[in-house]
Design a binder for this molecule. Sequence first.
Ligand SMILES: Cc1cc2nc3c(=O)[nH]c(=O)nc-3n(C[C@H](O)[C@H](O)[C@H](O)COP(=O)(O)OP(=O)(O)OC[C@H]3O[C@@H](n4cnc5c(N)ncnc54)[C@H](O)[C@@H]3O)c2cc1C
Ligand code: FES
Length: 278
Amino acid sequence: MTHTYESNTVEIIGLKDLTHDTRYFKMRCLDEKAKSKFIFNPGQFVIFSIPGVGEATFSISSPPTRRDFIEFGIRKVGTFTEALFKLKEGDTLELRGPYGNGFDMDSLKGRDLIIVAGGLGAVPLRSTLLYAEDRREDFNQVFFLNGARTPEDMLFREDFMAMAQRKIVDTYLAVDTQPETEWPYHVGFVTTLIPLLKEKINPENTTALICGPPVMYKFVIQELLKLNVPKDQILMTLERRMKCGQGHCGHCAIGGRYTCLDGPIFTYYDVQNIKELI
Ligand SMILES: Cc1cc2nc3c(=O)[nH]c(=O)nc-3n(C[C@H](O)[C@H](O)[C@H](O)COP(=O)(O)OP(=O)(O)OC[C@H]3O[C@@H](n4cnc5c(N)ncnc54)[C@H](O)[C@@H]3O)c2cc1C
Ligand code: FES
């Protein structure tokens, strides 16, 4: 299904509220042939359409190592997502994709990974995390740093706490300020976790994968550069509003690049001089 307008019908097979405004969706392709052709990298996205409502773009949150279903984490912000939140288990909708470059996980074999997520950024990066757990032998050290405003705002909180217990991936969870409820993890912005890795990583062999709110990037990059992570090994997901998802409409163009084709993953080295991007 790569770079095609062809759409496929998917059925909702699981729903769960992650926070007051963000919901987990588990889906399966109804057509077995379409399912076998749905090959994706972590970091790629799809476009959903609901007849009479429109279309919208969402990152795949499950890893390509788990092929029986695809998972999403979707925040209700407007018309399309409101319509999506009205759907129930057993309902169907149309999906096209996968689109975008995604993370080339094969090229990261043998490296130390620092995966840094803020807020909704945990949705696409969960795909890389579960991939790293499933293919743990492919990588050297794997660190996951995840920040949210409060424990209640942390997407997939229980899953990530269980991940911290499993210790397959070295997991650090942070909330911005001290919560009133018990919180056995870190308090402070996600950026304050990065210096903790100073003695643990070999910067020359490290790749950082980042996704979060726009304000986070500058500070995360500053901290990673202090650890001497090379600029071309800082990989960031940059999301822009998209329409076609395949380089035809120009909707997502910025700094001479199409975020739907050249991205959404860019290296810091490639975009450091494009002011509008970060
Ligand atoms: C590559 C990519 C991956 C995405 N992955 C996810 C995901 O995994 N989960 C998720 O919840 N959302 C994701 N989004 C954002 C999602 O596409 C929008 O939230 C959705 O299109 C909103 O549609 P709507 O009709 O509900 O809201 P609208 O009525 O279109 O918008 C409501 C509000 O949200 C703002 N908004 C809408 N789209 C965006 C956007 N792309 N960036 C910033 N602000 C926006 C609008 O300016 C407006 O203020 C992704 C976007 C892109 C481009
Ligand atoms: S979304 Fe149409 S060119 Fe990128």
